[in-house]
Every structure is written in C-alpha cells, then in structure tokens.
Design a protein around this ligand. Sequence first.
Ligand SMILES: Cc1cc2nc3c(=O)[nH]c(=O)nc-3n(C[C@H](O)[C@H](O)[C@H](O)COP(=O)(O)O)c2cc1C
Length: 159
Amino acid sequence: MKTLIMYATKSGTTKKCSDKLAELIPDTIICNFREKPKNIEQFPNIILGSYVRMNKIDHSLVRFMKKYSGILIEKKVGVFVCCLSKDEPSQIMKKIIPETLRKGINRFESFGGELDLSKLNGMYKIIMKAMIENPDTGVQTEYEIDESAIKSFAEYFLC
Ligand SMILES: Cc1cc2nc3c(=O)[nH]c(=O)nc-3n(C[C@H](O)[C@H](O)[C@H](O)COP(=O)(O)O)c2cc1C
C-alpha cells in the first residue's frame, strides 16, 4: 500500500470524498481518525481530510500532524477539507490550519461540501441558516462536492 487516507466526518461528506479519492489513487487504505491508527511509516503518501465546523477542522487532524511532524516531513502530505466556504483554498487553509503546521503540507484542497438542514438539530439548524443567509460569513448558498478538485488533488499523488 502506498497511500493512507485518514479522515474525520460529522455527517458523511468527508468519508464520501475519501472513498472517491481512493477510487482514483491505486494502493490506498482509508482510515477514520476514530479507528486504531495505522503504522504511518510504511506509506509514502499521507492524505488527511476533515469537515469544517465553525471555522475549525476536527482536532484529531491537528493532533495527528503535531504528533507525527517528524515522520510527515519525509512524506508527500495532502490535506483536504469539506466545507461550504466560497474562499480560495489558500485562504481557507490560512483560516483553519495553524501556521506552524502549514509548511508540512505539500497540497491543500477544498472539495466543497454538502448540507442537509433537515438532518440538523434545532440549534445547529438555526446557526447554519443564519450563516447561509448572511453574505459576510463567506458561506455559499449553493453547494456541492467539487469533483474536479478531487480529481486534480488525486493526480498529485499519482506521480
Ligand atoms: C454546525 C455546522 C457548522 C458548520 N460550519 C461551517 C463553517 O464554519 N464553514 C464552512 O465553510 N462550512 C461549515 N459547515 C458546513 C460543513 O463543512 C459541510 O456541511 C461539510 O460538507 C460537512 O462535512 P461532513 O459531512 O464530513 O461532516 C458547517 C456545518 C454545520 C452542520
């Protein structure tokens, strides 16, 4: 196996995008951050994915990057997020990834996102409706998974 994809998801979109990546990148293993961690030494490529909520990624991704920074420096490291922000990926990265960790990332991408308001509980539904309706939050009113971003991200790990 050449590529390890580790992901964190709340409502399934980041898992869906991890599966799509694995279809495009041969020799890939997918692992939820909640599962027993794999021995990362054996993988030349490490891909880390997370949802974004309240301008934050899942803490397990940050923790992982800090814990294994000495090993990750020798690897091809990609980070992707699923979110509704209309900002450029470089802007999103600056907002959500601590500066000290950014230099360890070879490729960063936003894959867009999905949101089913009917599945959110009361408080989250109110917050998300307000975010979508307020143009200052930078959240898109129409959103979907960006298949072309997934494809170009995957291509980086093919060579
Ligand atoms: C409570 C909540 C907060 C969110 N906050 C943000 C946010 O700050 N920025 C953003 O771009 N998207 C935000 N989103 C949208 C999610 O990033 C999007 O739904 C994503 O696809 C979720 O991925 P997941 O299904 O893997 O959890 C939020 C969604 C929810 C439900």
